[in-house]
Every structure is written in C-alpha cells, then in structure tokens.
Design a protein around this ligand. Sequence first.
Ligand SMILES: [Zn+2]
Length: 154
Amino acid sequence: MIRIGIGTDLHRLERNSRPLIIGSVHVPSDLGPVSHSDGDCLVHAIIDSLYGCLGLGDIGSHFPDSDQRYRDACSMDLLAQCYSQIKDKGYRLVNLDATVELDAPRLRPYVDSIRAALADALETDPGFISIKAKTTESTSPMTIKAIAACLVEN
Ligand SMILES: [Zn+2]
C-alpha cells in the first residue's frame, strides 16, 4: 500500500535569535527562528508529513514543546526517531517534495546540501528529495514557512 501525508510549519524570525537552520544546514542570516527546539522549520514540516502518512498524530504529540527534553533539540534527531517509527510500521519513504518560503537569504545555493542531508536521514537518494525555495514577495519578511508532502509504501 502507498500512503501520503502533508505537513506545514511556520516560525517567527527575530534578530539576534537562534542560528537559522534549514534541513539541518546552517544558512547565515541576521534573522533566526523563535523556537523551543532548534527551529528547523523544514524538518518540522517533514516530520508532520511522515506522521500524517500513517495517521500517527503530529510532531507536537510525539515531541511536546512543554517537555524540557526537547528544549534546543536537534530536529534531525527528532526526524530520525520519527522515521524509525515509520520503518517499525513496515513503511519506507518513496519520495518527498517540500517548499520553503523565506524572503532572505535566497535558499537556492543551499538546496543541494539540504537534499543530501535529508536523503541521508531518510535512507534514500537525493533524487527522491525535492526542495523548492520561494519568497513571500515581502508579505512576511519575518516568517519562515515550510510545506512538505511525503509518500511512503510498505
Ligand atoms: Zn517548527
């Protein structure tokens, strides 16, 4: 059987905040996310998408931000835990498609590194990981938003 899931995530950006981490890659910026964990918006959307594939709830139900264990958590560690739950259910990722909305800096130079890191975490080839970069057309310069869709099969 194949199953599909979607996920979205959004973080407010502030000056002198955390480093901006997108898909585990550090993107130099004056702005960083306001967040409990490392604020990796793209990875949060991917985790929600993976849980959505199997109807397993969402990132907040597995890794609640009220839990001090997840303060400053590395989102890639959470993704690894999430994907091992998916594999425990007998499923594996077929492909992932995601969009990141961010006005600055432009993400394109980082996309290949992000795809490689996600492919590594999800035990697949970067050819099955699509990351698209868009701006908000200056409508939300203090926001980063990500949308992800995963397809899994058993
Ligand atoms: Zn988030």
